[in-house]
Design a protein around this ligand. Structure first.
Ligand code: PRP
Length: 208
């Protein structure tokens, strides 16, 4: 039987997702946190797991390179990929926030905002009718207000440690984020029972 392909985000949620998959009956024996391998199969050869950069997961799924994906809502929103969002895995919980050195900065007529999420950032300020220039960064976003490159950042906050250790504060909370299971639309039509089984098993594992 042909396995379904699952795209999984590399990084902080990978290990907990692998644990959840094991609970759901999909065991990736040769996976370990430090592995550099990018493709794994579960012991029953039902799932081919591919590790990709988190922000690319929705694209792999939209293009059909993966039938299903597990990725944070932040990256789903940012890519606006044409996929089905099927299940909230309630892991990787964090928040989208605007953060900066002090609240009065938001009163500026024109803001410079640094973010790994340029699309979300631009849409948010447009919707609010606030003039903002978005600077796209790929990481260490908290530096931007510290060195005067941006007034504020739009980023995800999990424990709040990165903000705290860099003297930044949450100025506004935008949205709750968690990992979601997404599917390719065509795969869902052609591999319905396989994908539905996979989702059901994950759902049961979540309820345990
Ligand atoms: C994310 C995010 C924050 C940090 C928040 O970055 O962009 O910088 O985590 O987590 P905390 O609230 O628990 O401190 P990530 O660790 O993915 O690194 P990056 O800056 O290289 O993108």
């Amino acid at each position: 039987m042909q396995p379904i392909t699952l795209a999984l985000a590399k990084g902080r949620t990978a290990t907990s997702t692998i644990k959840l998959l094991k609970k759901a009956g999909y065991c990736f024996e040769d996976f370990h946190e430090k592995s550099r391998k990018l493709v794994f199969y579960d012991t029953n050869q039902l799932v081919q797991l591919i590790f990709v950069k988190a922000v690319d997961v929705p694209t792999y799924v939209e293009k059909g390179a993966a039938d299903v994906g597990i990725v944070g809502k932040d990256n789903i929103l940012e890519t606006a990929a044409d996929i089905y969002e099927m299940l909230d895995l309630k892991e990787g919980k964090c928040k989208f926030v605007i953060a900066g050195k002090e609240p009065t900065i938001l009163q500026k007529k024109r803001l410079v905002v640094a973010s790994k999420y340029p699309s979300i950032t631009t849409h948010y300020f447009e919707k609010k009718g606030i003039q903002a220039e978005t600077i796209k960064l790929n990481g260490s976003v908290e530096l931007a207000p510290l060195i005067g490159m941006a007034d504020v950042i739009v980023d995800i906050v999990e424990t709040g440690r990165t903000l705290k250790e860099n003297g930044l504060f949450v100025l506004e909370e935008l949205e709750d984020i968690s990992t979601r299971l997404i599917t390719n639309k065509a795969s869902f039509a052609t591999k319905t029972s396989k994908i539905e089984n996979f989702i059901r098993n994950l759902q049961l594992a979540l309820e345990e």
